[in-house]
Design a binder for this molecule. Structure first.
Ligand SMILES: Cc1ncc(COP(=O)(O)O)c(C=O)c1O
Length: 457
């Protein structure tokens, strides 16, 4: 329900005004839950700055989007170069540069983006099945288009297995494969199977081998129920929105094997994990699987809206002319941003930086457990979840909100951290840009430790 009052903080007059105005003029439904409603004036690298001039370390990268950090100058220069924006210095009324929309036409930068992205995917271990790109603007659309293609591949085979508790978006088929059968208005073409949770609740439990017996039994039961209508399995490498649950590799490998045994498509939703989040460029390498279709988004263009289903051309070609087209897919700005992002990854050792940062994040988050505010820590690379504990009479969901708010307000020295609203109620996502300075990250993890400690008192 829409709150009667907007979120307000003392000493933030400009931010408070923006908060009030947006709450009034936009439907509440377009916001996701946030305890701070941080107002950002500008961002640079791993930091946000509020209208009052407060600096916040960004432990979110947007929502795992700005993997390179916010507004890297070299990246913006590349985007502008690919668009021919140097022409802006011309004295004419219109610049002679690549158009921002090329509907019913194609551009050279789109061809370059295709070629570069396919090369990147095919050179990654596990990417050999990928030879076509179906562009979109948002993650949900990429999911929708991939499922359309999978459902059209063999007439009569239009049923999908999705993993329970997953998040693939809110619209259309993306919404239908999100959540579980308990959510209302389910699509009768979707069946859900279990995703490991208890078995990977913390770093330590995830180190134990996973007993696959019950998962195999679920798959076999689904095959008996509707095998003649199944076309694919869709899952995430780890449950992102579902609470940052990172399974043992053998779970994904089991799903893949089931697909291979029954000629189903194995679709991996990497919208959150692509471009270095779990360590390597793509999570399919990390999990040692070889999907038929991979869904990309978020970090794909470092902040310019872009997504794509990438995969087997024999599957994508099942869709007819125009069926997957829309206004924004593969628009020139997106294409330029994707190429610029690939350039940065290939030329600036971003993956190595992310791996270095990962070690610091893990150590800093595990240390938070000493405060008793954090019960479980899980994650990999630069994507982590910390699950809050109950403190006294206070339930863990409220504790999570307190941590997020207290980090936003900062410590006595004014050092503050921007966090996303909790996942699954009590899990705080930690996902700074891969390029965050290691010492600075360590420092802000210590700030977080002190904040957690004061909340435990
Ligand atoms: C794994 C995954 N798939 C799909 C989506 C949907 O993406 P979008 O919000 O761009 O539609 C998200 C968004 O959080 C996601 O995390």
């Amino acid at each position: 329900m829409k709150p009667a009052q907007p979120i307000q903080f003392d000493n933030e007059p400009q931010s408070n005004e923006v908060r009030a105005q947006i709450l009034d003029q936009e439907p509440y439904a377009t916001r996701t839950f946030t305890p701070s409603q941080c107002v950002i004036s500008y961002s640079a690298g791993s930091y946000h700055y509020t209208p009052e001039g407060r600096k916040l370390a960004d432990f979110t990268s947007g929502v795992l989007v700005a993997n390179l950090g916010h507004n890297p100058v070299s990246w913006w220069n590349r985007v502008q170069k690919y668009l021919g924006l140097d022409a802006l210095t011309d004295s004419g009324e219109y610049a002679k540069c690549v158009p921002l929309t090329a509907y019913n036409a194609i551009t050279e930068i789109e061809a370059t983006a295709n070629q570069r992205l396919i090369a990147s995917l095919q050179s990654a271990p596990g990417g050999s099945r990928i030879n076509q790109i179906m562009w979109s603007a948002s993650g949900s659309e990429a999911v929708q288009k991939a499922l359309w293609a999978a459902m059209k591949r063999t007439p009569g085979k239009d049923m999908i297995i999705a993993t329970r508790g997953g998040f693939h978006g809110k619209k259309g088929l993306a919404g239908a494969v999100t959540g579980s059968e308990q959510d209302k208005e389910r699509d009768e073409r979707v069946r859900f199977m279990s995703f490991p949770k208890a078995e990977c609740i913390d770093i330590e439990s995830r180190k134990q081998p996973l007993d696959l017996t019950s998962y195999q039994a679920e798959l076999d039961a689904l095959w008996n129920e509707c095998g003649d209508r199944l076309c694919c399995i869709i899952t995430e490498p780890y449950l992102g929105g579902g609470g940052s649950l990172h399974p043992q590799k053998e779970y994904l490998q089991l799903l893949q094997q089931f697909c291979r045994d029954h000629d189903l498509l194995f679709i991996l939703d990497e919208i959150q994990s692509n471009f270095g989040r779990t360590g390597p460029m793509y999570a399919f390498t990390h999990y040692q699987v070889e999907p038929d279709i991979v869904l990309l988004g978020k970090g794909l263009a470092n902040g310019v809206p872009a997504s794509a289903a990438v995969g087997r051309s024999d599957v994508f070609e099942c869709l007819d002319y125009g069926e997957a087209s829309d206004t924004w897919s593969a628009n020139p700005l997106t294409s330029a941003a994707v190429v610029a992002t690939l350039d940065e990854f290939e030329q600036n050792d971003v993956i190595a930086k992310g791996l270095e940062l990962s070690v610091v994040i893990e150590a800093g988050l595990v240390r938070l457990k000493e405060t008793r505010v954090i019960a479980n820590v899980r994650g990999e690379g630069c994507v982590w979840g910390i699950e809050c504990a109950d403190i006294g009479d206070k339930p863990s969901d409220d504790v999570a909100n307190d941590v997020i708010r207290a980090c936003y307000e900062g410590n006595a020295d004014g050092q503050a951290i921007h966090l996303l609203g909790a996942l699954a109620g009590n899990v705080i996502r930690i996902s700074p840009p891969l390029t965050m300075n290691v010492e600075e990250c360590q420092h802000y993890l210590e700030v977080m430790y002190d904040i957690c400690q004061s909340l435990a008192e």
